[in-house]
Design a protein around this ligand. Structure first.
Ligand SMILES: CC1=C(O)/C(=C\N=C(/C)C(=O)O)C(COP(=O)(O)O)=CN1
Length: 457
C-alpha cells in the first residue's frame, strides 16, 4: 500500500521534541505507567486519540476570525446549523461543547431507570451516560466484531436476532432508542452497512423504537460503504452520509473527529418536542441553545470543517494513511484487527504478548513499551478501558484486548508513520522478552482508564 499524496501542503508547523530513552523511562514512572498521564511535551508521536487532535485548515482558521460572539442568535450559529442540516439532514440542531455533552443531554431526555439500550458495541462515555440515567446497555453487534482476525467488510453491523430477542425479552416500551455507532470505535473503527442500517430501521419502526446515530466518524463509515458495499461506488461520500442519517431519528456528534475541530459537538433530532426538551437542558449544562458551550469562532470552525470533511480526496487520503501504517505493520506478521478501520490501527495485544496473562493487562503493558521504545503514545482499548462489572465488581476481560494507534487527521506525515511501524515491528521481534505486565497501584471507581496508575511486574 502506497502512502497517499496529501491534497494539501503544510503552511504552519508545530515543533516536536525528541526525548532520550532515559527521559522517557523517568517520565513513564512519574506517570504511573499510564501514558495518558504523560505531559504531551514528552510525547514524540501522539496517537492517543484522533479526537480534537487534527489540524484545522487555513479556511477554518479564517472562519475563526469571523466568529460572531453574540450571546443569542449568533450569525455563526446559523452557519453551523445550516452545515449540519445540509450534510446530516436533521432539522433540529443543538450545539454542545463536544460529543459526551450531547450524549448526556440525550440520555437525560430519553432514558429512565429500568430502561434498556441496545447498541453495536459499547463506547465508554456513551455507555456511562446511559448507565448514569438508569439504563442498561446491551451489545447487539454481530459476533465477528469481537474477533480481531475476522476480516469482514462491515463488522459494525447489528445482529438483528440479538436485537429482536432483547425487544421480546424486555418489551419495546422499555427501549427508549437503539444506539448505533458509525464507525464502531471499540471494534477498531468498523463500519455499519447501509443494508444493515435499513434492516435495523425497519425492525425498530415496527416496534416504534427510535434509532439514534453516533456520527463521530460517519464520514469514514460513508467512505467504507462507497468502497465495500455493492451499488454505492458511484455515489459521493456526501450523498452516502446523507443516506446513513436518513435512516435514523437523530444523532450525537463529536465534531472533534470527522470535522477536524479541537472542540465542538452537537445533538440533532427530527422531533421538535424532543428538541425543545434538549434545548432546555443545554441551557442548564452548556449555554444558550445558539452556542451550547462553544464560542462563535468554534461554531464557524465546525461549519467549515463539515464542508471539508466530505471532500472525496480529504476522506480518501485520511483512510489511506491509516491503511499504509496497517499494511507495514501487518506485513511484518504483527497481529492487528482486521479489516483496518478508518481512524486507527489496532494491535491485538493478546496475540502480540502471549506470555502476559490477561490479569496483568497486556494492552496497558504494550502502550508502555511503545512509549519507552520511541516516544509513541497509544491507547489501551482492553480490560483497563472495560472496567469492572457494576454488579460483581470483577474485572471485565473483553475478547478485544487492543492497543489503538489512533491517527489524527492532517497532522502526521509518512515519515512519522514509518517511525511508528518500525517501533511496533522492533517490539514484536523482541516480544519473547516482554513476559510480565503491570498491576494497579491506583484504581478510580469510574472510567478508571484515564486516572489509573500502575507499576510494572
Ligand atoms: C464513537 C465516539 C467516540 O469515539 C467519542 C470519543 N472518543 C474519543 C475521545 C477517543 O479517543 O476515541 C465520543 C465522545 O465524544 P467527545 O470526546 O466527548 O467529543 C463519542 N462517540
Amino acid at each position: 500500500v502506497r502512502h497517499p499524496a496529501e491534497p494539501w501542503r503544510i503552511k504552519s508547523v508545530e515543533p516536536l521534541r525528541l526525548t532520550s530513552p532515559e527521559e522517557r523511562a523517568a517520565a513513564l514512572a512519574t506517570a504511573g505507567y499510564n501514558v495518558g498521564l504523560l505531559p504531551a511535551e514528552l510525547v514524540y508521536i501522539d496517537l492517543y486519540t484522533d479526537s480534537g487532535t487534527s489540524a484545522m485548515s487555513d479556511r477554518q482558521w479564517a472562519a475563526v476570525m469571523l466568529g460572531d460572539e453574540s450571546y443569542a442568535g449568533s450569525r455563526s450559529y446559523y452557519r453551523f446549523e445550516a452545515a449540519v442540516r445540509d450534510h446530516y439532514g436533521y432539522e433540529e440542531v443543538i450545539p454542545t461543547h463536544q460529543g459526551r455533552a450531547a450524549e448526556s443531554i440525550l440520555s437525560r431526555c430519553l432514558i429512565r431507570p429500568g430502561h434498556h439500550i441496545p447498541g453495536n458495541m459499547y463506547f465508554t462515555t456513551t455507555r456511562e451516560h446511559q448507565e448514569l440515567n438508569g439504563g442498561t446497555f446491551h451489545d447487539v453487534i454481530v459476533d465477528e466484531a469481537h474477533d480481531p482476525a475476522a476480516d469482514l467488510p462491515f463488522k459494525g453491523n447489528v445482529d438483528l436476532t440479538k436485537l429482536q430477542q432483547l425487544i421480546d425479552k424486555v418489551g419495546a416500551e422499555q427501549i427508549p432508542y437503539v444506539s448505533l455507532a458509525a464507525t464502531v470505535n471499540m471494534a477498531g473503527g468498523q463500519p455499519i452497512s447501509l443494508a444493515n442500517l435499513a434492516e435495523v430501521r425497519e425492525l425498530t419502526r415496527r416496534h416504534g423504537i427510535p434509532v439514534i446515530l453516533d456520527a463521530a466518524r460517519a464520514v469514514e463509515n460513508a467512505w467504507f460503504i462507497k468502497q465495500r458495499e455493492p451499488g454505492w461506488s458511484g455515489r459521493t461520500v456526501a450523498e452516502i452520509l446523507r443516506k446513513i442519517c436518513e435512516l435514523t431519528d437523530g444523532a450525537t456528534m463529536s465534531a472533534k473527529k470527522d470535522s477536524f475541530v479541537n472542540i465542538g459537538g452537537w445533538l440533532a433530532v427530527r422531533d421538535p418536542r424532543l428538541a425543545e426538551q434538549a434545548r432546555n437542558l443545554v441551557v442548564v449544562y452548556e449555554g444558550l441553545h445558539t452556542y451550547g458551550g462553544m464560542a462563535g469562532r468554534d461554531l464557524e470552525a465546525v461549519a467549515q470543517g463539515i464542508e471539508e470533511s466530505v471532500q472525496e480526496d480529504s476522506i480518501r487520503t485520511r483512510v489511506e494513511q491509516v491503511a499504509y501504517l496497517a499494511d507495514r505493520i501487518a506485513g511484518a506478521g504483527v497481529p492487528i484487527v482486521r479489516p483496518v478501520g478508518g481512524h486507527a490501527v489496532c494491535l491485538n495485544a493478546t496475540g502480540f504478548l502471549p506470555y502476559v496473562p490477561r490479569e496483568q493487562f497486556p494492552a496497558q503493558t504494550l502502550t508502555c513499551a511503545l512509549y519507552l521504545d520511541a516516544g509513541i503514545r497509544s491507547t489501551e482499548r482492553g480490560a483497563v478501558s472495560a472496567g469492572r462489572d457494576p454488579v460483581t465488581g470483577e474485572n471485565r476481560y473483553p475478547p478485544l484486548e487492543l492497543v489503538r494507534l489512533t491517527i489524527p487527521r492532517r497532522a502526521y506525515t509518512q515519515g512519522h508513520m514509518d517511525v511508528v511501524a518500525d517501533s511496533v515491528i522492533r517490539l514484536y521481534e523482541r516480544r519473547e522478552e516482554l513476559c510480565s505486565g503491570v498491576e494497579f497501584t491506583h484504581e478510580p471507581s469510574t472510567l478508571r482508564f484515564f486516572q489509573s496508575r500502575f507499576r510494572p511486574l
